[in-house]
Design a protein around this ligand. Structure first.
Ligand code: HDD
Length: 718
């Protein structure tokens, strides 16, 4: 087992057939002489071969030519969408046999583990764009099953912008940066995107999701995933059941706020990538449960929407989600290019027991993914790349092509007599482990027309809006105002507002008021008043603060004992406390009783990179912090972003509502200045002086962390 950088700890040690397969392809750092590609040992790679010390370089220098040529060819085209991504390996574990629904082997047995590779992504931005832009997140899972690879290529939102794949190039041309100036990077706040969407009302439901906080996740580990389309489960005897797939994060669904996301994009453009990587390296393996919504074939048309329409979800109140297994990601890739970049997903990579529906978006995707890999990965042999290789045996008559890695012998055609007609075909009779398409009767005229059952573009957008908590509604309005406020063309703004009147008149009016558009008349479509609790993030918080990151602000004179006690108490709940100070190194205790190691110097980090902030105890430390503009900014930013804020004994001076205007006025005795519980605003926790102070503080602070945000707290400090 490799142990170099990027190889996670215990997760790498479990039994894992995919990992064993990858090991054969790993090249560990050589402890030997440098060679050329041909294995010839090299004496010097720093100087090219030249005529005299100051003379021209010789063409004869095969070493320089090889080195430069390889370098010149190191880049491949990035993905046309979802270019920016991060990935990890892990496993899926089935909870029970689903043999009554599907013959898929990986769902056939309780406890059966299947290796997986999951790549998360943003959609709009290029490979080097920031993680925390407002965008849909890709959630693509490759299951290396014993019956071949199954790819579930989903997103963190359950619907999509368009209904028919033939519109995808139009949509992507509109969402990508403007063609003349290649702006903006990573976001949708520009004219072509809103021009397209305002003219394409089928995008309205997805726009509601994209303008909600779902588009600015706190972490890739705290997002739901959805297969989006209706697929089919198929049993061994050919019976079908429609199925929608849901991934549910164990850590709950949590988001940043928009101001925070924008600052994060500058402070740490790799925020999500780093978070995923560090969680896995640290043994906090992210976990999701896989759920399914099942619809019997005969109930296909029993909804007030079409289940083949990818702009619709099936409300969980109508069809509950049945949980069928869990997925754990416990191993980071070792080489970003080889694994994350070369991973090739394809919606048509299905295994026996899983099949398609006639969703026209899915049908088109089934063409596009294979097609795109041919140009991106340079030919038809990309499934031989280590990350893409199935663990199932591969036997076929495909030959040759760029990058062929296999030395095939014997025949490559069927039928043949020279190799006993091998590899032989399984035949049409149903056999275990052999893919057979679901048999459906199809009858109709050749027609280029959308079904009438796809024509209601607003009811579910309204359902989503109605299901939001007040603060979620506010965020949606603010997001529309931000995005449309950046649209130069006023007619586009107006057209979009007009569309929103069909969702909810209050929403349309609130958006209009912010972007200089006249508040529209109430139009024909009245809000139907229905809602679905499952759609609100308010109902999806974990109730467990595990893996959150807390900043403990401190200075010399800190109360080391209470700081260390807090670190250890929160660690028991998998919460990390990092000590931040003006300088790196360590801090001296005010009582001369020891030192507190500093995790990071304040200038190297930022408030937005933490879930919460605590001001350490100790009067001298508090006095220094209260006078420090960087500390005040840190706390104020956390406050503005609705985060839990805490203070250990004495530290409350630093919290702006309680601290003195003139820090010089601080007395050495902190007790008299400690605010009482009734003074405190939501999400503010202050330790009471005394022996149990830190324990009680830790309990209350953990509860505040689990609540994630306090959107009702006044955003501005008074
Ligand atoms: Fe797509 C990549 C998800 C519609 C064509 N798509 C891609 C990825 C994800 C999705 C997660 C990144 C995979 C990876 O990590 O490598 N796409 C979706 C979802 C859709 C969807 C959930 C709607 C339900 N996509 C869609 C349509 C088309 C495509 C309708 C074309 C007809 N998607 C592509 C692509 C990409 C891609 C151009 C770019 C890179 C790649 O495939 O491998 O083929």
């Amino acid at each position: 087992m490799a142990t170099g950088p990027g190889t996670a700890g215990s997760g790498a040690d479990r039994e894992d057939p995919k990992n064993e397969q990858l090991e054969a392809f790993r090249a560990h750092p050589a402890q030997d002489l440098l060679t050329t590609d041909q294995g010839v040992r090299i004496d010097d790679t720093d100087n090219s071969l030249r005529v005299g010390e100051r003379g021209p370089t010789l063409l004869e220098d095969f070493q320089a030519r090889e080195k430069l040529t390889h370098f010149d060819h190191e880049r491949i085209p990035e993905r046309v969408v979802h270019a920016r991504g991060s990935a990890a390996y892990g496993y899926f574990e089935a909870y029970a046999s689903l043999a009554d629904l599907t013959c898929a082997d990986f769902l056939s047995e309780a406890g059966l583990r299947t290796p997986v590779f999951v790549r998360f992504s943003t959609v709009q931005g290029p490979r080097g764009s920031a993680d925390t832009v407002r965008d849909v997140r890709g959630f693509a899972t490759k299951f290396y099953t014993r019956e071949g690879n199954y790819d579930l290529v989903g997103n963190n939102m359950p619907v999509f912008f368009i209904q028919d794949a033939i519109k995808f190039p139009d949509f992507v041309h509109a969402v990508k940066p403007e063609p003349h100036n290649e702006m903006p990077t990573g976001g949708t706040a520009h004219d072509t995107f809103w021009d397209f969407c305002s003219l394409q009302p089928e995008s309205t439901h997805m726009l509601m999701w994209a303008m909600s906080d779902r588009a600015i996740p706190r972490s890739l580990r705290m997002m739901q995933g959805f297969g989006v389309h209706t697929f089919r489960f198929v049993t061994a005897d050919g019976r079908g059941t429609f199925v929608k797939f849901h991934w549910r994060p164990k850590l709950g669904v949590a988001s940043q706020v928009w101001d925070e996301a924008q600052i994060t994009a500058g402070k740490d453009p790799d925020f999500h990538r780093r978070d995923l990587w560090e969680a896995i390296e640290g043994g906090d393996y992210p976990e999701w449960e896989l759920g399914v919504q099942l619809v019997a074939e005969q109930d296909e048309t029993g909804f007030d929407f079409d289940i083949l329409d990818a702009t619709k979800l099936i409300p969980e109140e109508e069809v509950p989600v049945r949980v069928i297994g869990r997925m754990v990601l416990d191993r980071n890739p070792e080489n970003f290019f080889a694994e994350t970049e070369q991973a090739a997903f394809h919606t048509a990579n299905v295994v026996p027991g899983i099949d398609f529906s006639n969703d026209p978006l899915l049908q088109g995707r089934n063409f596009s993914y294979l097609d795109t890999q041919l140009i991106r990965l340079g030919g038809p042999n990309f499934s031989q790349l280590p990350v893409n290789r199935p663990i199932a045996d591969v036997n076929h008559n495909h030959r040759d092509g760029y990058g062929q890695q296999v030395i095939h012998s014997g025949t490559s055609y069927a039928p043949n007599s020279l190799n006993g007609d091998n590899p032989h075909q399984a035949g049409q009779d149903r056999q275990p482990g052999v893919f057979q398409h679901y048999q459906q009767r199809v009858d109709g005229d050749t027609i280029r027309k959308r079904s009438g059952s796809f024509s209601d573009h607003y009811s579910q957008a309204t359902l989503f809006w109605n299901s939001m908590a007040d603060w979620e509604k506010q965020h949606i309005v603010q997001a529309f105002r931000f995005e449309l406020g950046k649209v130069e063309n006023r007619a586009i703004r107006k057209r979009m507002v007009d569309n929103l009147t069909h969702v909810d008149h209050g929403l349309a009016s609130a958006v209009a008021a912010g972007i200089g558009v006249d508040v529209p008349e109430q139009t024909g479509t009245a809000n139907h008043g229905r809602s679905s609790a499952a759609l609100s993030q308010q109902n999806l918080l974990p109730g467990d603060p595990g893996t959150r990151k807390v900043a403990l602000l401190a200075a010399d004179g800190v109360d080391v004992a209470s700081a260390a006690a807090l670190q250890s108490l929160l660690k028991q709940h998998s919460v990390t406390v990092e000590v931040l100070a003006a300088h790196d190194g360590s801090l001296h205790d005010g009582n001369g009783e020891g030192t507190l190691p500093v995790t990071r110097a304040l200038p190297t980090t930022a408030s937005v990179l933490y879930d919460a902030v605590v001001v350490a105890g100790g009067a001298e430390s508090a006095r220094t912090l209260a006078a420090d503009p960087d500390t005040r900014r840190f706390v104020e930013e956390a406050w503005r972003h609705g985060k839990p804020i805490g203070a250990l004994d004495g530290g409350a001076y630093v919290l702006p509502p309680y601290g003195p205007a003139d820090p010089a006025g601080l007395s050495d005795s902190s007790d008299s200045r400690t605010p009482t519980a009734s003074d405190l605003q939501e999400g503010v926790v202050v330790a009471a002086p005394g022996e149990n102070g830190v324990d009680d503080f830790a309990d209350a602070f953990l509860a505040a962390l689990a609540a994630h945000r306090f959107p009702d707290r006044p955003p501005v400090l008074t």
